[in-house]
Write a protein that binds this ligand. Sequence first.
Ligand code: HEM
Length: 204
Amino acid sequence: MVALLPALGLLGGALQVGPVHLGADPVRTLIHECGIWTLRLLWLTLLITPLRELTGLNDLLRLRRMLGLFAFFYALLHMAAWVWLDQGLDGAVIVSEVIKRPYLALGMTAVLLMVPLAVTSTNAMMRRLRKRWLVLHRLIYVIALLGIWHFWWQVKKDIREPLVYALLLALLLGYRLVKAAAIRRAKARSALATARGKTAAPAP
Ligand code: HEM
């Protein structure tokens, strides 16, 4: 629920009530804030697994779905702010902008990929899809990479902010790569031990 506060603040700012002011260019501010919150919530979603494994707090898993859905919500707001408030829902202009600025196509792809994840985020879908659910939800890595690429590409000069997000993503993905390599090594060791055991076993 805390994740709703930025959206409520921005809504207050748009309606000119409350402490948030959207500044001289309110549409830009809305696009900016919703884009940044999409990234923050995506990164937090990706933080849950390492945090759970390092602390043993399994309850954190329940938070992961909520964070992922909020990331999707902010991505939709971010896209709607651009499509509606910035481009006035003009289909032809939107298509020509997307063709002219490839970072928009990257963002759109990321949002489209979030749809199947949101739709299959329920416990029932998890049970129904079983192993396929895990494979499907690996799309979150592609979405995160597209998200940071989209952010990086539209930055004009100062790359400090996207750089921080890119480094954080490198840590989150690096953790998984190191873990996967350790699991592969352990499996190879145990396969070798089994094979050695078999050859060393006395003939019946
Ligand atoms: C997961 C999907 C997405 C993520 C994580 C994301 C994230 C971001 C971030 C962090 C920014 C930088 C905000 C700033 O500093 O001003 C941004 C800018 C922007 N994004 Fe996205 N975005 C996504 C999808 C989209 C989509 C689908 C569209 C529209 C088709 C879009 C349109 C824009 C625009 C127009 C800007 C501002 C560019 C400018 O100020 O020149 N984004 N996005």
